[in-house]
Design a protein around this ligand. Structure first.
Ligand code: NDP
Length: 454
């Protein structure tokens, strides 16, 4: 490491990937600074995974209160009373606590935190306010930002960023989009008592997930009262009597109290000066990197949501650990993007790992599908009409389990465990030879004996 630069490594962006890269590299003896212009912890901690999950817990209590009656609990009001400002305030306190932990982790590792917006002026130099900083290596981990379609009234659209700080909850809301964020927020809003409509331009939301899962979630969300409208899009938004007046692509109109766009995210590279330096980006603006996370400018690296790999915190963390090890460790390690488990925290939630049935069928003709759906034990007494889906996709030749999919309570928790086995190459015979834990929902994953008819 050379003393000719102020730092060995300057990381731009203190989100999941940037913080992990900074800490690990400083721990290996590098002189590291991280530049951040917003909040420590990035999207995940501030306006993503963490506050979302807290809201999901809050929303799910609605179901718990309803289920209580069947178990003999008499509550003072039918559904209790919910106070949105309390949820937001307590969430904010928790996020501030996490911001503090991130600061202490960075400082404890010897990383200097530079507050401000960085602009690269050459391959080893960046400017932050009136400060010029040089580094042997620069790593960009600036993440992504919500994308809004360019429609009349775009300025009235809220994104997930604002939803986390909404002062009041309206009586009715429209969620626009059919990806992770749209279905998660539709579940949160509906659970908190908001009459919720989800508008998605395609035939069925959650494109890319197993088709059974998509259908199943649609059915369950409708049972919970979410008005799912597919094959329709929003053409314009204007102020209206109930808040906002929407014109839809089928010519119909809709009045609602709030419109949240969850129409995807884009890489956040504005102001970094990458164009001027000729750092290669793809058509959507994602920074292009090689397997070593090196951009077209060899001293500049990039990782996380800004490079267009799966936009998941554990992916950014793994990338950071690989990069740090390669730069300042034993030089080994590489990313493996196969079999990334994921969960969608809609209600009921989805957990999934590996190939969907359709993906598996594209690869080989000899596929066996094991599928079960049932009403979880808890709901038999509470009377809740909610079902659970479990599905295994198996290679008929090798007997290897190629994919596992679940919709139902704790799906993320259950699939995380199965993901270890499946990544390690477990066969259906291994699943069959594993005893269940009784009584659980998860035991169904090891007791499915007969494949569904092709
Ligand atoms: P997604 O890319 O998952 O979904 C975007 C949705 O918006 C799609 O349904 C897409 O439709 C639709 N859309 C895009 N452009 C338009 C348009 N012009 N008009 C109408 N609809 C449009 O993005 P999200 O914002 O939901 O999430 C971003 C990423 O963040 C996710 O992909 C995921 O990686 C990550 N994430 C992960 C979570 C988790 O792990 N639980 C939770 C939240 C986010 P179409 O399908 O037709 O393209």
């Amino acid at each position: 490491m050379t003393q000719q630069f102020d730092y060995d490594l300057v990381v731009i962006g203190a989100g999941s990937g940037g913080v992990r890269l900074s800490r690990m590299s400083a721990g290996r003896g590098a002189r590291v600074a991280v530049v951040e212009n917003r909040y420590l912890g990035g999207t995940c901690v501030n306006v993503g995974c963490v506050p979302k999950k807290l809201f999901v817990y809050g929303a799910h209590i609605h179901d718990e209160l309803e289920d209580a009656a069947g178990y003999g609990w008499r509550l003072s009001t039918d559904h209790g009373q919910f106070d949105w400002p309390t949820l937001v305030a307590n969430k904010n306190t928790e996020i501030e606590r996490l911001n503090g932990i991130y600061r202490r982790l960075l400082e404890g590792a010897g990383v200097e935190i530079i507050e401000g917006t960085a602009r690269l002026t050459d391959s080893h130099t960046l400017v932050v306010g009136d400060r010029v900083v040089t580094a042997e290596r620069i790593a960009i981990a600036t993440g992504g930002w919500p994308f809004l379609p360019n429609i009349p009234g775009k300025e009235y659209l809220l994104t997930s960023n604002e939803m986390f700080y909404l002062p009041q909850l309206p009586g009715e809301a429209v969620v626009w989009g059919g990806g992770y964020i749209a279905v998660e927020f539709a579940g949160i809003l509906a659970g908190l008592g908001v009459r919720t409509t989800l508008i998605y331009r395609g035939d069925l939301f959650l494109r890319g997930f197993d088709d059974d899962v998509r259908q199943f979630v649609a059915t369950e969300m409708r049972k919970k009262g979410v008005d799912l409208r597919f094959n329709v899009n929003i053409e314009s938004v204007a102020p209206g009597e109930r808040g906002y007046h929407l014109l839809l692509s089928d010519g119909s109109t809709l009045d609602t109290g709030l419109v949240m766009a969850a129409t995807g995210r884009r890489p956040l590279t504005d102001g970094l000066g990458l164009d001027a330096l000729g750092v290669a980006m793809d058509k959507q603006g994602y920074i292009q990197v090689n397997d070593d996370f090196q951009t077209s400018m060899p001293s500049v690296y990039a990782l996380g949501d800004v490079i267009g790999t799966p936009q998941l915190t554990p992916v950014a963390l793994a990338q950071a650990m690989v990069l740090s090890r390669r730069l300042y460790g034993d030089g080994q390690g590489s990313m493996d993007y196969k079999m990334i488990p994921t969960a969608v925290f809609c209600q009921p939630p989805i957990g999934t790992v590996g190939l969907t049935e359709a993906e598996a069928r594209e690869r080989t003709d000899n596929i066996k599908v094991f599928r079960t759906e049932f009403r979880p034990m808890k709901y038999t007494m509470s009377g809740r009409d909610e079902r659970c889906l479990m599905k295994l996709v198996v290679d008929g030749d090798s007997d290897k389990v190629l994919g596992a999919h679940m919709v139902g309570a704790d799906a993320g928790e259950i699939i995380q465990g199965l993901a270890v086995a499946i990544k390690a190459g477990a066969t259906k015979a291994d699943f069959d030879g594993t005893l269940g834990i009784h009584p659980t929902s998860a035991e169904e994953f090891v007791t499915m004996r007969e494949p569904v008819a092709p």
